[in-house]
Ligand binder design. Structure first.
Ligand code: FAD
Ligand code: UDP
Length: 370
């Protein structure tokens, strides 16, 4: 065989795998069906601004090895994610912290906020009677109570997932921190930032000296690709690898409506979430705020925004968010069993493992593998 590894998919998993394998002296060929590398991290430069084409990406991790690895490839800036929630024109800070509670309930101290939160959670505690929350609504009401659930969670979540909160798994909402300090940092991790010059620099750095082919779909010529390397690293959809023999895994997808505006500063923040049900998009991203801070925002005369419209996934659309409900998880387990017996293939990443992974999880997994 000409190569040690054929890597299917030029996203973060494929690129990190290629980087570490090359450092061990392995010969890799990476193929990507899109016309560019980077997977969902891919950025396109518009009006001097790096636009996150497949959704906003903020790198965060508490794992020093992961942070050191990405920083050895590219410098990261000081961006800290602090989204704003807009509920019917009223603005709140996220994640749920003293600023949110102050605006919602007029409380000014952690003690007052705690008392209010306890009162708000009481109904949920009573109805659960000590058992674990069975769905997202129960989990959210237990976490944060009625007011915040109704105004900042319910509408956003039902738009995002196209399902009622009572039909969604509880774990989705456990990601959101609740804090009794005036801290709008969305993540709890030690390290956070965006690559200076955009994510393409990170991918290019990882793939330096690796042979890559874009516009190359593994399934368009499967026989050929299966015969170029000793082993395959597969980061595409696991059900597609097995010809959908047990049925299709479902996803949630997003339509991005991108606009260039003739103003240097449209919304004053990178991320503004629209949490009521009536506005059809979930959030608006203003990309320049990921990389320009303070007065530097005004250096470029224009700005680029993306409205995110969640859409039910159909075959042929981009598979963004795996839907880890009972039906899909049962189906995934069947494919996973086939994959476990395929010893010549490594299945890795969001699509092949059908998991809601962040970028740091992906790098952590590849590091563990090596
Ligand atoms: P992907 O990036 O999906 O890469 C897989 C690649 O394989 C794709 O390029 C695909 O085209 C290619 N491929 C598939 N099938 C084939 C085939 N048959 N032949 C050839 N190529 C193929 N994470 C964070 O840490 N922070 C964030 O803020 C964040 N925001 C996100 C926002 C959105 C909207 C989404 C969807 C994800 C977000 N993530 C975020 C998660 C992050 O995108 C993933 O963790 C990461 O991109 C996963 O990398 P991957 O290589 O597994 O998958
Ligand atoms: N969420 C919410 N209101 C918000 C933001 C998030 O209810 O203003 C919920 C929603 O269910 C979402 C989950 O929290 O799916 C995780 O959101 P996050 O923005 O962290 O995830 P992402 O969409 O960026 O992967």
């Amino acid at each position: 065989m000409k190569y040690d590894y054929l890597i299917v998919g030029g996203g973060l998993y494929g690129a990190t795998f290629a980087y570490l394998a090359r450092r061990q002296g392995k010969k890799c060929l990476l193929i990507e069906k899109r016309p560019h590398l980077g997977g969902n991290l891919y950025c396109e430069c518009v009006e001097g601004i790096n636009v996150h084409k497949y959704g906003a990406h903020i790198f965060h991790t508490s794992n020093r090895k992961v942070w050191d690895l990405v920083n050895s490839i590219v410098e990261f800036n000081r961006y800290t994610n602090s989204p704003i929630a807009n509920y019917k024109g009223k603005l709140y800070n996220l994640p749920f912290n003293m600023n949110t509670f102050c605006r919602m309930w007029n409380v000014t101290t952690p003690q007052e906020a705690t008392a209010k939160l306890e009162e708000q959670r009481k109904a949920a505690m009573t109805s659960l009677q000590g058992r674990e929350p069975r769905n997202l609504e129960e989990q959210a009401k237990l976490l944060i109570g009625e007011d915040i659930y109704e105004q900042l969670i319910k509408g956003y979540t039902e738009k995002q997932w196209g399902r009622k909160c009572t039909e969604l798994p509880a774990f989705i909402i456990k990601r959101l921190p609740v804090r009794l300090v005036f801290d709008n940092n969305y993540f709890n991790d030690k390290y956070q930032g965006i690559p200076v010059g955009g994510y393409n620099r990170l991918i290019e750095g990882l793939l330096q000296e690796v042979e890559t082919v874009t516009d190359a779909d593994f399934f368009a010529d499967r026989k050929h690709w299966e015969n170029v390397a000793d082993r395959i690293v597969y980061t595409g959809k696991i059900d597609e690898f097995y010809d959908y023999r047990f049925g299709y895994l479902e996803y949630r997808t997003v339509r991005f409506s991108q606009k260039t505006l003739d103003t240097p500063n449209y919304q004053g923040n990178a991320v503004v979430n629209y949490t009521d049900r009536e506005i059809p998009y979930t959030r608006i991203i203003e990309h320049k705020h990921f990389e320009t801070f303070g007065d530097d925002v005004y250096r470029l005369p224009k700005t680029v925004i993306s409205e995110e419209y969640p859409v039910e996934w159909e075959i042929g659309m981009e598979p963004y968010y795996p839907i880890n409900d009972d039906r899909n998880m049962k189906l995934y387990r069947k494919y996973e069993t086939l994959a476990e017996n395929d010893s010549d293939v490594v299945f890795g990443g969001r699509l092949a493992e059908y998991k809601y992974y962040d970028m740091h999880h992906i790098i952590e997994n590849v590091l563990k593998l090596f």
